[in-house]
Design a protein around this ligand. Structure first.
Ligand code: NAP
Length: 225
């Protein structure tokens, strides 16, 4: 059974993508820092007749990434990696702390790049695979009070577009998804969005992504309010 690794699979979009991909017959490798959340998703997948493994992995720790990639590769035929995990701190640029800048880049940028570097050799072994990078419309244009978050997402866009060119003509595909706001725990500790309940649900966005996986670029603009 082919396996798909999803980062940040315990909540929000990562969870919804995992549920849908499990329905398609893939073995889901659910990763994130909070094991309880990953186990809840694993149980939900198994109850629906699918199969999944939960693995604790902190994307800010390169050794952890390398170790877990090796572990996964020994037990599974890896078909795909979904770089979904990410976080954002918002507000005037002058008020963003050094720690917040570091956290956003470590997670959104280095996390995505390091995971891809660790997993790509296994896709190359079979000359087949899919890397799906969850970006944001913040990777398409700059936004007020999102300077560092946007920078991190622009970086992921450049990374994805470059690998699309580098792997052209192979059976390894890179897809970038650019979505507007979603109602997920992403906004739990933030006042940047006045009413997250007015945003699209993660389930709706996950559906659109899965339907459009044949494209290189998936753009899902925010709902007009
Ligand atoms: N919500 C939005 O409006 C929106 C819009 C556009 C794009 N996005 C993007 O969509 C993606 C998913 O976000 P979401 O909205 O679904 O938010 P979310 O529910 O907060 O999901 C983010 C996930 O990332 C995981 N994560 C954070 N830091 C991590 C680390 N160091 N190592 C491993 N996992 C880590 C979190 O799990 P743990 O804390 O347990 O590790 C969490 O499950 C993100 O890349 C985000 O930038 C979100």
């Amino acid at each position: 059974m082919k396996a798909i690794i999803v980062t940040g699979a315990g909540t929000g979009l990562g969870k919804e993508l995992s549920l849908l991909l499990a329905e398609q017959g893939y073995h889901l490798i659910l990763t994130g820092r909070t094991v309880e959340k990953l186990n809840e998703v694993k149980e939900q997948i198994e109850k629906s007749g699918g199969s999944a493994t939960a693995i604790q992995l902190d994307l800010r720790n390169l050794e952890d990434i390398k170790e877990k990639a090796l572990l996964i590769s020994k037990k599974h035929e890896i078909y795909s990696l979904v770089n979904n995990a990410g976080l954002g701190y918002f507000g005037p640029f002058s008020e963003i702390s050094d720690t917040e800048i570091e956290e956003m880049f470590q997670t959104n940028v280095f996390g995505t790049i390091n995971m891809t570097k660790a997993i790509l050799p296994y896709l190359e072994q079979h000359n087949e695979g899919l890397v799906l990078n969850i970006v944001s419309t913040a990777g398409l244009r700059g936004k007020k009070n999102e300077a560092v978050y946007c920078s991190s997402k622009f970086a992921v866009r450049g990374f994805t577009e470059s690998l699309q060119k580098e792997y052209e003509g192979t059976r390894i595909r890179f897809v970038a998804a650019y979505m507007g706001g979603m109602n997920t725990p992403f906004w739990n500790d933030s006042e940047h969005v006045a009413d997250p309940t007015r945003l699209r649900s993660a389930a709706e966005v996950a559906d659109i992504i899965i339907e459009n996986l044949n494209k290189e670029e998936i753009v899902i603009e925010s709902k007009k309010s």
